[in-house]
Design a protein around this ligand. Structure first.
Ligand code: ADP
Length: 303
């Protein structure tokens, strides 16, 4: 069995310990754990995580959000959370998550403050990650959303090995450079046996607020094409919209601030599709990912 001690070191060579073979640990009271990832940074993954969380809430879900980007947290800014104010703890030592419009949130930014960098080595990042997931008093949740750092590194592997993820959502922008890297992220999740819930194309067609004409600044349709090629669901496209930036910068996500906007409606449709998909396929116990160095079992293709 895996330890429930958040301070336990999970960052040693994957598979080097018998703990990994015990498989992902269930999180009591949480129906679905969803990872939101991207290949590249700056494609709007955190913006999507936050707005999707509220969109799922608006259709009746109880939602928690973990900013799993321990080294570069951006959720507190997007939600206007108090920063540098450590959260309180329960008598049994669990962290009480911050509540923002009934969304329960945990982020490193709440501990470090706005400008203070978290300077941590890999093992410490892993410890914080476990503390932010297992060490938090979430209560009953329908969805716990994990906003991952970009790429295919330590955090992604640690989470895939340690928690029964219902699946991963990949956020990409429509242009080729972003799609190629997103595909890599998607393949990584497949390698570690995490189902792909679908692709969200962000920063899609921009509609000029003056003349109403649409412009495909980052090209168009790439996310949908990629989902067809890789045979994973296409969850939807969010338009490129200056209001998304303003709302994000001011700590008022567009889904909450402008629920009638095209972007908010797109999120609503995505949330509905996602809820339906997860309802149809209830939380599965996944085959645990084990990388055994001796036999290369579970190793990516290049090994
Ligand atoms: P990531 O988490 O992928 O690094 P962020 O969510 O931090 O990306 O977003 C990067 C920037 O892009 C932010 O300034 C955000 O407001 C902006 N952004 C995200 N989605 C959109 C969108 N649909 N339209 C316009 N700007 C967006």
């Amino acid at each position: 069995m895996q330890t429930t001690n958040p301070h336990h070191d999970h960052q040693h060579a994957p598979g080097a310990s018998s703990q990994a073979s015990a498989g992902p640990e269930k999180l009591p009271g949480i129906r679905h754990v969803i990872a939101v990832g991207s290949g590249k940074g700056g494609v709007g993954k955190s913006t999507v995580s936050v707005n999707l969380a509220f969109a799922l809430q608006q259709i009746g879900g109880r939602i928690g959000l973990v900013d799993a980007d321990i080294l570069g947290p951006s959720i507190p800014g997007m939600l206007g959370l108090p920063i540098g104010q450590p959260p309180t703890t329960t008598p049994d030592g669990k962290i009480v998550p911050v509540d923002r419009h009934n969304l329960k949130v945990m982020s490193m930014g709440m501990l470090t403050g706005d400008d203070a960098p978290a300077v941590l080595r890999g093992p410490m990042v892993g410890k914080y990650l476990h503390m932010f997931i297992r060490g938090v008093q979430w209560g009953h949740l329908d969805y716990l959303i994990l906003d991952l750092p970009p790429g295919t590194g330590d955090t992604q592997l640690t989470l895939a090995q340690s928690y029964p993820l219902s699946g991963a959502i990949i956020v990409t922008t429509p242009q080729d450079v972003s799609l190629k890297i997103a595909r890599r992220g998607l393949r990584m999740f497949e390698t570690v046996h995490v189902p792909i819930l679908g692709i969200i194309e962000n920063m899609s067609t921009f509609t000029c607020p003056h003349c109403g004409k649409g412009t495909d600044i980052f090209r168009r349709g790439g996310g949908e094409r990629m989902s067809r090629q890789l045979e994973v669901p296409f969850l939807g496209a969010i338009p490129l919209d200056a209001d998304v930036v303003t709302c994000g910068d001011e700590g008022r996500p567009i889904v909450v601030d402008k629920p009638k906007s095209v972007a908010a409606q797109a999120y609503a449709a995505i949330a509905a599709a996602l809820a339906e998909q997860l309802h149809a396929a209830p939380a599965t116990v996944l085959k645990p990912f084990v990388l055994t160095w001796d036999s290369n079992e579970g190793a990516p293709a290049w090994m």
